[in-house]
Every structure is written in C-alpha cells, then in structure tokens.
Design a binder for this molecule. Structure first.
Ligand code: FAD
Length: 249
C-alpha cells in the first residue's frame, strides 16, 4: 500500500504519524513544497505553538467552533484534547496548561513540536519529500498520479490525502492549491471565508492603545461611500473578539 500526503503542515504530519502507527508496512510519501516541515506550526502561538486546549469536555470545545462544530465532531471525539496532550507527552514533548486553558510545550518552542514528527519519520516508512511542490493530482485507473514541479518522476499511489492547508499566511507555503486538486478530483468546494482578520488604519492612535482588548465588539468603519459595520462576538471563554495591535503595514 502506498499513500501520498500532500502538505507537510500540522494536518499532514499528524496524518503521516497516525497512518504509520496504524500500519508500519504502508509506504507514506509526505510531499512538502518548503525545504522543511511545519513552517506555519513553528510560527503559531507566537512561536510557542499552542497544541491543544485544557478544556476536556468535547461538547464545550465544539461550541467554540461556531462555523465548524458539525464537521469537527467525529474528529474531536476520536482524538480529544486529552488524547492530544497524552500523544505529545508520550512522544517526548512535555506540555503545560496556562490559566487561559491554552496548552504549550514546556520549552515554549514550537520547533519541539515539529521535531517529534521529524524523529518519528526518520525511523519509519514515511518518505519525507521536501522541496516538492505538487502541481497536479490525477486519477490513474485505481491509483493516483502526482506530478511535482521540476521533478521528472510521476508518483503513483493507492490513496492520496490533501493536507495543503488554507490560504492564510501564504508565505508559509499554504497557497490554497488543495482546493484545485480536490475540485479536479470531483469534490465540491464550499465558499471560503476568513476566520481571523486585521484592519489597518491610516491613524496612528491604535498603536498607543496596543494590547487593549474587547469582547463583544461593534466595529463601524467609514469609507468614502460606504459604512461598514459588523459585530464581533464569539462568547468564547478566554478569547478576545477585538484586539488593538501596534503592527504597521
Ligand atoms: C500567525 C499564526 C498563528 C497561529 N497560532 C496558532 C496557535 O497558537 N494554535 C493553533 O492551534 N493554531 C494556530 N494557528 C493556526 C494553525 O497554524 C493552522 O490551523 C495549522 O497550521 C493548519 O494546519 P494545516 O496542516 O491544515 O495547514 P498548514 O500548516 O498551512 O500546512 C499546509 C502545508 O502544505 C504545504 N503545501 C501547500 N500546497 C502545496 C503543494 N502544492 N505541494 C506541496 N506542499 C504544499 C505548505 O507548504 C504547508 O506546509 C496559527 C496560524 C497563524 C498563521
């Protein structure tokens, strides 16, 4: 059995590790366009990588995903936060839970999280193909044929997992290619929507109140012709709905 996973981010790495733990005889090809795995994972949580939540009740966790709770239900019950915590500790990354329920490596270093996978893959049949950018995935009889940019060989596999991420922080390699692959294979793509957004203002004063946060915020922005108004209200414990930052474009 040969399986290709396109995308060596959080989902792709965990998928490869789980497949390998389920069946060590499977040949797994983890295809990543960057020169290393988990570029976005390493910058997440301000470089500390917030791996899960300290909230153990799955129903409560799911209420924190207003748009995705139905989709996430089976995955969340199959691999709940406590199991995620235990998995990382068993694989050599001690974790800690902060008072706001976020869970980080004790080392506060996201690279330790990626390191777990790198070590696992070294001694298994996970073939890590970095510097490989998939450009097409086609059905080839019962198999799939994957072509990577500037590479001669066509990779033939029995199953393919698309784990190319969304389109946020494109500089980390996630440019949304997976939507085209999935669509070409006959899947339906639901409309995309951002879940975390920044407004940049002409005015400088927001920098002076950097760090000030609100829950349940109503934003009104005045343009030349339009007035934009929206309410940001997640009702999520420990999460702010609006945060002023000093970042400039
Ligand atoms: C600034 C920031 C902070 C964050 N902080 C947190 C946090 O603290 N906690 C948390 O849980 N989440 C956090 N997130 C969200 C988290 O990083 C993402 O949810 C997670 O990385 C998504 O994982 P993924 O595997 O789906 O996609 P990604 O991590 O985006 O991985 C997709 C991978 O696919 C590769 N790829 C794409 N197209 C191709 C192709 N054609 N060929 C080969 N490879 C390809 C990309 O290079 C990339 O490595 C943060 C995100 C950002 C941007």
């Amino acid at each position: 059995m040969r399986v290709a996973i396109i995308g060596g981010g959080a989902a792709g790495m965990m998928c490869a590790a789980t497949l390998q733990e389920m069946n060590s005889a499977t040949d797994i090809f983890l295809i990543e366009r960057n020169h290393s795995l988990g570029k976005k994972v390493i910058i997440s949580g301000g470089g500390r990588c917030n791996v899960t939540t300290g909230i153990h009740d799955v129903t409560t966790v799911l209420t924190n995903y207003p748009r995705g709770n139905k989709f996430l239900t089976s995955a969340m019950y199959g691999f709940p936060p406590e199991a995620v915590y235990a998995w990382f500790e068993m694989h050599g990354v001690p974790l800690k839970t902060q008072p706001d329920e976020r869970v980080f490596p004790v080392s506060d270093n996201g690279e330790d999280v990626v390191g777990v996978f790198e070590r696992l893959f070294e001694k298994s049949r996970v073939h890590v193909l970095v510097n490989h950018s998939a450009i097409s995935v086609k059905k080839n009889g019962k198999q799939f044929a994957i072509v990577c940019k500037s590479k001669q060989e066509v990779l033939l596999v029995d199953s393919v997992v698309i784990a190319t991420g969304g389109q946020a922080y494109r500089q980390t390699g996630s440019t949304g290619d997976g939507y085209a692959f999935a669509s070409e294979l006959g899947h339906t793509i639901t409309p995309l929507a951002p879940s975390l957004n920044a407004f940049f203002t002409k005015e400088q004063w927001p920098a002076d109140i950097s760090g000030l946060s609100f829950q349940d915020a109503l934003i009104t922005a005045f343009g030349n012709r339009h007035i934009f108004e929206d309410r940001f209200s997640s009702h999520i414990r420990g999460l702010v709905d609006l945060l002023f930052l000093h970042f400039q474009r």
